[in-house]
Design a protein around this ligand. Structure first.
Ligand SMILES: Nc1ncnc2c1ncn2[C@@H]1O[C@H](COP(=O)(O)OP(=O)(O)OP(=O)(O)O)[C@@H](O)[C@H]1O
Length: 742
């Protein structure tokens, strides 16, 4: 085998030499572009675009430094293909491929070929490396006639080696060992809604991220322009997965929680599960509609105004008429305010005309009266009281702070009303963000000034572009057969091209723009999203090009989903595809046997995934009257790898303090550092994460804490890659019988 390693080392060295050459070449071009100076804005804009493109290229070369090449397939016709993180080509040999990008169609047999369906592959080789050194090769012989068949298929495969590695709080890519059922999903077509249902540890997150990388590679032009959005359940999770796409050389993807999708709002405030559940209900659309309507006021009594020392009266009937007209205009609240204001001014102008004697006034006099009234402070203030211009933030803050407003907006739900009442403004919760977004849809942003500025800017740009074309025309009075710039492009088009000179990535532009629509949206832990959150995502993706990965047996949020069909019916009816992942790569069989009983008790319409391996570590349970002390002692033990203590919400403070006393660098709190060896978390925080060992504290309490407590228990049990222990003072929940007998 050492000969084989030497041979692969030689090839790998050649590949790295190519990578180094590409780096140097890019650096040289980058330096040249940076030196370029021109007084022509177009030239500078082109320069900036070149710099942006070269910098991103350079970042990609750095990103693929580790594990540049990881595979090789030998075909029965004696050809060989190397597979790696990016494609490399030999410029001295007609650009023959030296290695294929893992996403290229020709690389597929590396992931799909089996002994039963070898696809012309004789041997698949996993090349394991450390830095730039080959450390091992694992061969699989797929052609049964091959003399080497049977020699090396035993022993630790690259997959098991990857699965048994210790975890350090940061998710890694799986590009070297993607399995066939995962590959099918990663490479599924771009269009339509694809649901990936899969039990814990089946690689849903990994598949979602690799799918993003695959789609960006395959549909680069469209997706670089429109952007890809990946939605995850919380900031800790996004940090956990944040390195995977960059390690695959892809940086232009927007990673967000739903709470962060409303531009300018960071939803970090905490709230009760009950309040979040109410805010997630679809009926909140009507609640917000009523809340807006409630801000369009008709007074019970006439209003007296003093304009220019003259007393005027605005009668409820006149306001009601103005409101009816404004509502009938069909415009959004902030836009219809203009109609309302005009009607109120008209009503006051009629009074003034009557006072002065209408028969003595001509049209110009009436227009003057209207203008003066419309500019009068007291009139403006009155209109503001009756039909205020509202931001989404103000609408929600005022609603939450006022029992009467809540009662009007939610007449059928007194309990829900109480859940929403809060008097201190102090920030937004994740469940508020979809409501702010919905409110923005109902209110409309008064962007007239912004639009006027934009129109003027466009006119200026076109005017300038026309000047440039005129100059080119003068300079090029040459052969009429030669196509010139102005034959191909007009001023408007040239101006539009300059617009593209906004060199922020699509992800950066999208993050700042509520009206942005993405080329593709990927949702992880999609079962957690509320009906209101789905509305936001569907607005951001009218093409419905979406990948939704999740597990309806792991739903923890009270507003989350029990069924994919229920979630999707309002948007695509039954026009969506469902696919399933069935193999659990994380949780060993010993732990999955315990978790499967909980799943059965849950009664969710899904099968437990099958574990790909055993570890030989039996899960254990121990009763103790001192939970915090026992948990801290376990945390202090010198066990290998990472350890998560998963504890009931109510006990985080107590157990966190006890653990910190023993292990001062343990991570505890709302934004824990997952790279710490010991972490104390609630199940909500641990969703989607994994650790070498898990210590579950008082499972009965975790079950009791939420109507979805059994789902939470299922999630908690399936977080470990190696070992599971349980500490309890109360009886274990009945679903943990297997553990009891263990
Ligand atoms: N093909 C693979 N090769 C190597 N590791 C894999 C593979 N598939 C999955 N894994 C590993 O299995 C673990 C679980 O994967 P992942 O977190 O994507 O699962 P999940 O389905 O999202 O789980 P959950 O539903 O519990 O959040 C990760 O460590 C991942 O790297």
């Amino acid at each position: 085998m050492s000969n084989e390693i030497d041979a692969e080392q030689e090839y790998l060295t050649l590949l790295y030499a190519h990578l180094d050459h590409l780096r140097t070449e890019t650096d040289t071009r980058l330096a040249a572009a940076l030196r370029e100076v021109s007084s022509l804005p177009q030239a500078m804009s082109l320069r900036d675009a070149t710099i942006a493109q070269l910098s991103s290229q350079r970042a990609q070369y750095d990103a693929v430094e580790n594990g540049l090449c990881f595979g090789r397939i030998d075909f029965t016709d004696d050809t060989t293909t190397y597979i790696g993180r990016i494609g490399l080509f030999d410029s001295d040999d007609d650009y023959e491929p030296l290695q294929l990008d893992w996403r290229a169609p020709a690389a597929r047999p590396f992931y799909l070929a089996t002994a039963a369906a070898p696809q012309g592959v004789r041997r698949r080789r996993h090349i394991r490396t450390s830095m730039r050194k080959v450390t091992a090769v694992d061969d699989e012989h797929l052609d049964l006639r091959d003399p080497g068949h049977g020699d090396t298929v035993t022993g630790e495969t690259a997959l098991l080696a990857a699965l048994n590695e210790t975890r350090h709080g940061v998710m890694r890519d799986i590009v070297e060992t993607i399995q066939a059922e995962q590959d099918e999903i990663i490479r599924a077509g771009l269009n339509g809604v694809l649901v990936v249902q899969g039990g814990p540890g089946t690689g849903k997150t990994a598949v979602a991220l690799h799918r993003a990388a695959y789609l960006l590679y395959t549909h680069r032009e469209l997706l670089a322009r429109r952007g890809v959005l990946i939605v995850g359940p919380n900031a800790t999770f996004l940090k956990y997965i944040g390195q995977v796409l960059p390690s695959l050389g892809e940086t232009g993807v927007l990673l967000r929680t739903v709470g962060d999708l409303f531009p300018g709002v960071r939803a970090t405030r905490a709230e009760s599960q009950a309040a979040a559940e109410v805010k997630g209900r679809l009926s909140m659309v009507d609640v917000l509609r009523r809340a807006v309507a409630d801000r369009q006021v008709v007074p019970d009594e006439p209003i007296t105004l003093v304009v220019e020392r003259v007393e005027m009266t605005l009668r409820p009937r006149e306001v009601a008429e103005a409101r009816a007209r404004a509502r009938r205009s069909g415009r959004l609240h902030n836009h219809a305010r203009e109609v309302f204001a005009r009607e109120i001014v008209d009503a006051l102008a009629r009074q003034e005309a009557d006072r002065l004697g209408a028969e003595f006034l001509d049209a110009a006099d009436l227009a003057d009266i209207r203008r003066e009234l419309a500019a009068d402070d007291e009139v403006v203030a009155t209109i503001d009281d009756l039909w205020p211009e509202l931001t989404p933030q103000r609408l929600l803050e005022d609603l939450y702070a006022d029992e009467d407003r809540l009662a009007t907006a939610m007449p059928e739900h007194p309990d829900a009303e109480r859940a929403l009442l809060r008097r201190d403004p102090g920030g937004w919760t994740p469940a508020d963000a979809p409501l702010l977004d919905e409110a923005a849809e109902l209110l409309g942003v008064d962007d007239r000034e912004e639009r006027a500025r934009e129109a003027q800017r466009r006119r200026d740009a076109e005017h300038y572009a026309q000047g440039v074309l005129d100059i080119l025309q003068l300079e090029d009075e040459a052969d009429p057969d030669i196509l010139l710039a102005y034959d191909l492009i007009d001023a408007r088009e040239l101006a539009e091209r300059q617009e593209d000179a906004d060199h922020r990535t699509a992800a950066e532009r999208a993050a700042a723009d509520r009206d942005w629509t993405f080329g593709h949206v990927i949702v992880d832990e999609a079962q957690e999203l509320s009906a209101m959150a789905w509305r936001v995502l569907m607005r951001r993706c009218p093409s419905r090009s979406m990948t939704l990965v999740g597990d309806v047996a792991q739903t923890g949020a009270l507003a989350g989903a029990d069924s994919w069909a229920d979630v999707l019916a309002p948007y695509v009816e039954d026009r969506w595809r469902r696919t399933e992942l069935t193999v659990n790569y994380r949780t060993p069989a010993e732990i999955m046997a315990v978790a499967a009983d909980v799943l059965a008790e849950l009664g969710a319409p899904v099968e437990p995934p099958e574990s790909v391996r055993e570890t030989g570590h039996a899960p254990w349970a121990r009763r103790t009257s001192d939970l915090a002390g026992a948990a801290a002692a376990e945390a202090a033990r010198d066990a290998p790898g990472s350890l998560a203590l998963l504890v009931p919400e109510e006990r985080v403070a107590e157990i966190g303090a006890a653990v910190l006393a023993e292990v001062p660098d343990a991570a505890v709190g709302e934004r824990p550092d997952l790279e710490s060896r010991v972490v104390v978390l609630t199940v909500r925080q641990a969703k989607g994460l994994e650790f070498d060992s898990v210590l579950l504290v008082e499972p009965a309490e975790i079950v009791a804490e939420s109507p979805r407590g059994l789902n939470d228990l299922y999630v908690a049990l399936t977080r470990a890659t190696q070992r599971l222990g349980v500490l309890h003072s109360a009886d274990l929940p009945p679903a943990l019988t297997a553990l009891r007998s263990a």
